[in-house]
Write a protein that binds this ligand. Structure first.
Ligand SMILES: C[S@@+](CC[C@H](N)C(=O)[O-])C[C@H]1O[C@@H](n2cnc3c(N)ncnc32)[C@H](O)[C@@H]1O
Length: 215
């Protein structure tokens, strides 16, 4: 089963690859706030909320400041440490945990909503995407919604990106895709391509999907 990082296929694991990125660079996605499509639908995002692959916690803190009970998970310790510092600086409480998103199936927590801003598209293997989607279904209450922001497919997307058909396949059983549209993302203005370990195009099409758990 492949679980290769989109950013650097040479590193030993995705975790080591992301840890290196957080230690050595300001990642392009790390804007300190939610990507615009999440803000546009903020009223639909209910607590308890899971921010899956939360990075340094910009979205988690935004939704906690709106009064939601938020849990943020990421498998990079340094990202979670930065997220905890961000929450403290904003005077909000978020349950940040170092945790692998591919272990959601074994978790006893349940959420009304989940946001995924840039995690799903890391998985380039249909079986891994399926395992991740099953974990999301496990922790999402029936009727709850997943809000997902992902690379779309295209020549500039790392690994070729994610096609509409691939998203539909991953969320076919037990899910209803309520909307799946191209969306605009933002890049950290402090992003320095020279410090980033891989070539990264700033001109990548993105999807934003709202996906309801019906099973
Ligand atoms: C593209 S970044 C997006 C981070 C954050 N959502 C944001 O928008 O700033 C993807 C994040 O997913 C995390 N990640 C990747 N694979 C993961 C896994 N299996 N479990 C938990 N976190 C993971 C990475 O460490 C990274 O922080």
């Amino acid at each position: 089963m492949s679980n290769k990082p989109f950013v650097n296929e040479a590193v030993e694991s995705t975790q080591a690859g992301f840890a290196k990125i957080y230690a050595e660079s300001t990642p392009p996605w790390d804007t300190g706030k939610p990507q615009p499509p999440f803000v546009a639908v903020a009223d639909q995002i209910k607590g308890p909320l899971l921010d899956c692959g939360c990075g340094t916690g910009g979205a988690s803190v935004f939704f906690a400041a709106r009064g939601l009970a938020v849990t943020g998970i990421d498998f990079v310790e340094q990202a979670i440490a930065m997220a905890r510092a961000r929450a403290a600086a904003h005077g909000v409480t978020v349950d940040f945990r170092v945790m692998d998103a591919l272990t959601l199936n074994a978790w006893d927590k349940r959420f009304a909503s989940i946001i995924d801003s840039g995690l799903f598209h890391i998985y380039d293997d249909a079986a891994v995407r399926q395992r991740y989607a099953e974990g999301l279904a496990h922790v999402l209450e029936p009727g709850g919604r997943l809000f997902l922001f992902s690379f779309a497919d295209g020549p500039k997307a790392p690994g070729g990106g994610v096609s509409r058909a691939a998203l539909q396949a991953a969320f076919a059983e037990g899910w209803e895709i309520e909307s799946l549209d191209y969306a605009e993302g933002e890049v950290n203005p402090g992003f320095d391509p020279a410090s980033f370990p891989e070539k990264f195009s700033l001109d990548i099409k993105m999807w934003f999907a709202v996906i309801r758990r019906i099973g």
